[in-house]
Design a protein. Structure first.
Length: 247
């Protein structure tokens, strides 16, 4: 009789292998679904093989997401938040917990390691702004229910664009809070900001920095027309194919 549990476990592992899922993926919490994937984009859980991302692919907590040289990726999380990732971006979902019946207990922590994103926040930040953060190599971003864009220009970006290394951003709606080792500064809608390092003072203005003119698909748009304040229409068109919790 003692052999039966082992047999059942062995059978379960074989089943997960047959359907292309690892035990680690089976234990990971599903956080988001891919709404749009153009180019070569991947996700990878710790100590697991990389997965190619297509429309309706699942994104899990602790996934490290990478977009290719011509990649474009749009994600919709179960709390209704949305992320658009531009090409050559590295982004991770460090923590994600959400129950639609108790949104105030949700928690989300993301990390932008390279490249750019555009996002509209969802139920987690609306219920408790303290439970939402985006970390970058230079600063941590907090929100008050908002729509904003970030771009981290690293050494490779500096060589390609001759721009200044650092973290750039623009707030389309609402307000974010940008915190580094030097300060904690609110940035409201209609303002651009720049931080050169964790120790630098934030620079804000209501006109774009030069890099917004030289980097393709950057700024308020990331993907669509300059004056458009919505995540691209392709997401709306494709969202009907998503599971109900992501619509």
């Amino acid at each position: 009789m003692a052999r039966l549990p082992r047999l059942l476990m062995f059978t379960a592992v074989l089943f997960m292998t047959a359907i292309g899922a690892s035990p680690s993926m089976a234990a990971a919490q599903e956080a988001a679904a891919v709404v749009l994937s153009i180019g070569e984009n991947t996700a990878q859980l710790p100590q697991q093989p990389s997965r190619d991302l297509k429309r309706k692919s699942s994104i899990y907590t602790q996934d490290l997401i990478s977009t290719g040289p011509k990649g474009q990726l749009q994600l919709r999380f179960s709390d209704g938040s949305r992320f658009s990732l531009r090409e050559e971006t590295v982004f991770s979902v460090e923590t994600y917990q959400f129950n639609k019946d108790t949104p105030e207990t949700g928690n989300s922590v993301y990390r932008l390691l390279k490249g750019g994103l555009r996002t509209i926040t969802g139920a987690i930040s609306h219920a408790n702004v303290e439970h939402y953060q985006v970390h970058t190599p230079i600063a941590t971003i907090g929100v008050r229910g908002t729509h904003y864009t970030l771009f981290y220009c690293d050494s490779a970006c500096q060589q390609d664009t001759r721009g200044i290394m650092g973290l750039y951003g623009y707030v389309l709606e609402g307000e974010i809070v940008v915190e580094n080792d030097f300060s904690n500064a609110p940035v409201s809608a209609g303002h651009y900001f720049f931080l050169a390092s964790r120790e630098s003072r934030i620079e804000m203005k209501d006109t774009p920095f030069d890099i917004f003119e030289t980097v393709k698909d950057l700024g308020p748009v990331l993907i669509d027309g300059v004056n458009d304040k919505n995540i691209p229409a392709t997401e709306v068109l494709n969202s009907r194919a998503l599971p109900p919790q992501y619509q």
